[in-house]
Design a protein. Structure first.
Length: 66
């Protein structure tokens, strides 16, 4: 019981190696807060890749844009 409490949220005794590395590599504290001094000073961008599928009207064939 005590050992489980000591290793909680660390995956030290159970779990995959990749999970242990991921937990070990994360930052210890928070990054901090952004404090803008004027409107538009900070811009947040989402750079997640998005696959787009479309159908051509004349041939009714699907094509993928990546």
């Amino acid at each position: 019981m005590v050992l489980a409490e000591l290793t909680r949220a660390s995956n030290a005794l159970v779990g995959s190696t990749a999970g242990k590395r991921s937990i070990a590599a994360r930052p210890k504290g928070v990054y901090g807060r952004l404090r803008p001094t004027r409107p538009g000073e900070f811009v947040l961008l989402d750079t997640t890749p998005l696959d787009v599928f479309a159908m051509e009207r004349l041939t009714l064939r699907w094509w993928e844009s990546s």
